[in-house]
Design a protein around this ligand. Sequence first.
Ligand SMILES: Cc1cc2nc3c(=O)[nH]c(=O)nc-3n(C[C@H](O)[C@H](O)[C@H](O)COP(=O)(O)OP(=O)(O)OC[C@H]3O[C@@H](n4cnc5c(N)ncnc54)[C@H](O)[C@@H]3O)c2cc1C
Ligand code: FES
Length: 272
Amino acid sequence: MDGGVPPFPVEERSLRVTESAAVGRRYHRLLLDAPDLSARARPGQFFHLLCRDGAGNGPYLRRPMSIWRCGPGQPLGFLLHVKGRGTTALAALRAGDALSVVGPLGHGFTLHPDWRRVLVVARGVGLATLAPLATAAAAQGIAMEAVLSARDPADLMAAEFGGGSGAAILPVFDSDGTSEVQRVELLLRARFAEARPDAVFTCGSNRLFLLLQRLAAEHGIPGQVALEQQMGCGLGMCFCCVRQVRDATGEVANLRVCAEGPVFDLQAALAW
Ligand SMILES: Cc1cc2nc3c(=O)[nH]c(=O)nc-3n(C[C@H](O)[C@H](O)[C@H](O)COP(=O)(O)OP(=O)(O)OC[C@H]3O[C@@H](n4cnc5c(N)ncnc54)[C@H](O)[C@@H]3O)c2cc1C
Ligand code: FES
């Protein structure tokens, strides 16, 4: 984080959809042709998408979406949980349609070159935000374990997370009770004891964030969390996306998720 100035250059672009497909019961993937933006985008950053279907219908405000796939020679990818007007319009796009995007925006995750092993905890579509970190970690020779929490095996999206990165997936489910906080705590304590990670990362669940924050503090492990908040401008101007985060002096400050975030220090972020 560097004082909250969005990392420019940021531009609005009209991109061509190359793939649009349902994933499981509630999710949808969109791939866009944007080699330069894809090469420039960093794990944890996001784009602000104008959600209009092929007929031009959709809400006025853009919707923030994490970068799910990016990198040199890769399409720019998003993984959507389809739940309201915006994401429904995005899921109605077809290959060949145009999509207006602004980005890449915000500050992403940091991977320290000395780290040898990291652990992530993701819930639901929070895995979309953490997925490019798996690819980046693999490229830097950093081993990753990923606790993925989902309603049931059909909702897991392990392939959408791993993407050939080699991350070791540790699935937990609501359907069999393994996603209960007490059971995830036992799992994390066992992993910390057997293969202590150099850093931990999380996105997608308040209760798992609080658990990881507590355990990481107890074990002296640094961490990062990607926060979500409804957004207006996405550019740091309207202040509608503020969340409470402790600053370097320990004071609670209202920081903009779009500008100072969306990735914050795990111990600095406050529960929502
Ligand atoms: C930085 C960032 C990255 C994100 N990345 C992803 C992603 O990779 N995939 C994905 O599916 N979603 C992501 N989201 C959430 C996504 O922006 C919202 O789900 C989306 O805006 C909902 O739009 P809608 O019009 O479909 O639903 P709406 O009708 O606007 O909302 C449907 C429901 O979702 C809630 N909601 C709306 N926006 C948010 C939000 N930002 N956070 C939490 N709840 C919200 C509403 O309160 C409502 O209950 C991200 C949000 C942020 C801030
Ligand atoms: S959405 Fe406007 S300042 Fe963050």
